[in-house]
Design a protein around this ligand. Structure first.
Ligand code: HEC
Ligand code: CU
Length: 327
């Protein structure tokens, strides 16, 4: 072999080493993030630093079962984190702030506690402060009982309600501001001046609720509900048939924890199908409960996970357990 050929081979080899080695070097400098069920410590590390405009590369692995990774209030697909595998995720932030990342797989009883934060620094640091949520400006007490004293004898129907509404000066009632700040029961009471039977009034309420949502919003709410709420509140809002899909996904290993979760839910029945409870709650009240969570129960807080729009979608969907929107 000629000397020049040797040199060129050497140069090629060095080039390959540089091309592979340099990124590898930088790549491995981001610490590997470990995911474990909340009981065993959750995310580690659970606080990550990032800067506006600088893509951050995360490598994440699971030490136990299948988890998922997503960042709240960000338009991203959740990424599965498999035991013994390393997932590569690149994130880019255009606004500073504290973001919440969370597990998206039903990995166990405390799945929703698997959360961490990404602290993103940089300009613009003067991001306009978010206006307070509606329940704050309306001064609502989230923990006060809110049962409706009167409930309809059959499911209120928006189809019937539309005919009724067309004969009424109902436009005042159709604005989003009115809808968000009133419970269905309050609207039912407000309509008592109209020459209508009680069930006609409830139908008009269903129509008012329907005009404040769209098929897209309901579809988005339905999807978010299935992923995040159904395991506790039940696929149909009543607590029945929960966990079935998640069990299949989560696999044998977490079966036991899932059954534990089931018991817990039996002790704290949560029914969106209960008309007393739901017809007595305004969208603003439900928004407050969803944002804040807690209530001394297992209800997680969702404020840092969903966008405001997603929360309104969820609320619109939750009411659909009360109203008939389709023939
Ligand atoms: C870990 C189980 C769990 C999950 C997951 C969960 N919730 Fe809850 N939720 C509860 C419990 C428990 C309550 C309290 C029920 C009660 O007060 O009887 C509750 C209460 C609520 C209430 C208040 C109802 C009322 O009239 O007072 C709303 C609204 C609600 N949840 C919405 C949601 C939404 C939306 C999601 C999904 C994004 C969700 N929840 C996920 C357990 C859960
Ligand atoms: Cu998990």
């Amino acid at each position: 072999m000629k000397r020049s050929e040797l040199i060129s081979r050497f140069l090629i080899a060095a080039g390959v080493l540089l091309a592979v080695g340099v990124p590898l070097f930088f790549w491995t400098r981001t610490p590997l993030i470990h995911a474990r069920m909340a009981e065993s410590g959750g995310w580690n590390p659970s606080v990550i630093q990032a800067e506006v405009g600088k893509p951050i590369h995360l490598k994440i692995t699971s030490d136990d079962v299948v988890h998922g990774f997503a960042v709240g209030q960000m338009d991203m697909q959740s990424v599965d984190i498999l035991p013994g595998k390393v997932a590569d995720i690149t994130l880019n932030f255009d606004k500073p702030g504290i973001y919440t990342f969370y597990c998206t797989r039903w990995c166990g009883l405390n799945h929703w506690r698997m959360r961490g934060t990404i602290e993103v620094s940089g300009s613009p640091s003067d991001v306009e402060p978010a206006s307070p949520p509606l329940y704050v400006s309306l001064n609502l007490d989230l923990d006060a009982p809110h049962d409706a004293p009167n409930i309809p004898s059959q499911s209120p129907s928006a189809i019937r309600g539309e005919n009724i509404a067309s004969q009424l000066p109902i436009t005042n009632y159709l604005s989003p501001e009115y809808y968000r700040s009133h419970s269905p029961y309050q609207v039912f009471t407000d309509l008592s001046a109209a020459p209508l039977t009680e069930s006609q009034r409830w139908d008009a309420v269903a129509f008012i609720w329907q005009t404040n949502t769209t098929p897209e919003s309901l579809a988005s709410g339905k999807q978010l509900y299935a992923q995040n709420c159904a395991a506790c509140h039940g696929e149909n809002g009543a607590g029945d048939g929960v966990f079935a899909d998640d069990l299949a996904q989560a696999g044998e290993s977490s079966m036991q924890t899932m059954e534990g979760a089931m018991d817990m839910m039996m002790q704290t029945p949560v029914g969106f199908t209960d008309p007393r409870r739901m017809l007595g709650a305004s969208p603003a009240l439900l928004q407050g409960k969803i944002l804040r969570g807690g209530m001394g129960t297992g209800m997680p807080m969702w404020g840092s996970i969903f966008t405001e729009e997603q929360i309104w979608d969820l609320i619109a969907y939750i009411y659909s357990f009360q109203f008939e929107y389709q023939p």
